[in-house]
Design a protein around this ligand. Sequence first.
Ligand code: PFF
Length: 495
Amino acid sequence: MSDKNEWGSNLSFILAMVGSAVGLGNIWRYPYVLYSNGGGAFYIPYIVAILLMGVPFLILEYGVGYNYKSSFPKAIRKINSKFEFLGWLLPISVFIIMIYYSCILGWDGIYVILSFFKGWGADPNTYFATTLLQSTESISGIGSFIPVIAIAMLISWAIVWYISHKDLEEGLGKVSKILVPLLFIIMVVIVVFSLSLPGAMIGLNELFSPDWSLLLDFNIWMAAFGQIIFSLSLGMSIAFTYASYTGESSDLITNTLSIAFANCAFENFCALGVFSILGYMSLESGTAIADLVTQGTGLVFVAYPTVLNVLGQYAYIIGPLFFITVYLAGLTSILSTIEPLAFSIQNKFTWSRSKTMTILCLLGAVLSMIYATAFGGTLLGYVDAYINQIAILLGVVFECIVFAWIFKCENIIPVLNKRSKTLKLGKWWTVVVKYILPIFIAIVWIGGVLDVINSSSNDQLIVFGILTVILIVLTAVFTKLPATNKDWDETENRL
Ligand code: PFF
């Protein structure tokens, strides 16, 4: 195994983690979640979710990763060798996210270019769905390949490979130190500009006006916990892997607080920008905000281009800046999705970092071509729902139980506290991670499964079935393949 998997400094670790957390979830998901779940009132479940789940869980994942300084499956194997399969489930699921994330990056890359001349024309909706994606819900769409999307995706894969195949600090560490601050700076420019637009206040009033009655609604609590899991990439083996790359003197508790704060500040800042722009649009077009607001691809590739169309000359500056921001946010997140599986393979099969990254990027690029077809957009929605709401959350519940109960989380408290200059862990933390977290995450998981199953078409259920088989087979193969690393079977805990 290459031993160059170590951060050059604590700053690289923090910025890479912030880069992983700050992604499309902050830009295109959070503003809508905030708006549609009680506006200002949403802050109560949101802050509870950060304090009760986000921070304690990140500390747990970091703490165990730091303790073992090894890949995720190897650590799980050391905790109990019967659970090695669980150690592969999460890294493989996260790699599946990577494959479709490359498609969204590809779409956004195309929009960076289009934004210089408003190439989406007068009807951004038709342009996105019909002209560019040629989108169809019929599975036969797999037969029509769209070269421009394929090229844009391959460019993203080439960038990811170029950064990832280098030693950790040379590639990911250095790039995070440049791209993450740049991402924040550009976002500040966009938000300040958006706030200065006429009508911005209309949008912000609409966003924040609290609907306190919703606090009694179970769904907004689910939404808050779901958002924090997705936004902080909680329990996905990314934080674990990044922490296992840290040096001996890392203050993980303080780092956790900084990362959670930066991520949440960024997404609230995005919400200000998005709703100021929607307020402007509402004023210009006379359409109610409720009819303009949307999330996901609809916000980035339809609502934003529509606003840019009425924004006049400013659009030629703000448009490219916006799509570049989305690209940077996506890039710094996608870079983190390859790390857990890559480190696990290096660790078990003694491959070098460079060889592992090259093979995974090639494989990912080939597989991702399924999204460069007319069925790609529809398929992406299905895979995203399955992986995020079903597979990953299930893995996260198990991870929480294994780390808190079988590993015995109280063992790492002295080590973490000794280095912490801020918060000190006590009995409260053990109670939270042993009892509250598994129960809460299991509830979010059950809610997600019911939601996905109730709203699924037959085609969707078939895709879910296929994905389940793929996950089981891959997990079994990686677990069963004999290790070439002779340390793989060592059992002692590294406390
Ligand atoms: N945390 C990222 C966001 O908020 O956009 C999304 C994400 C990245 C989820 C990486 C999962 C993942 F593996």
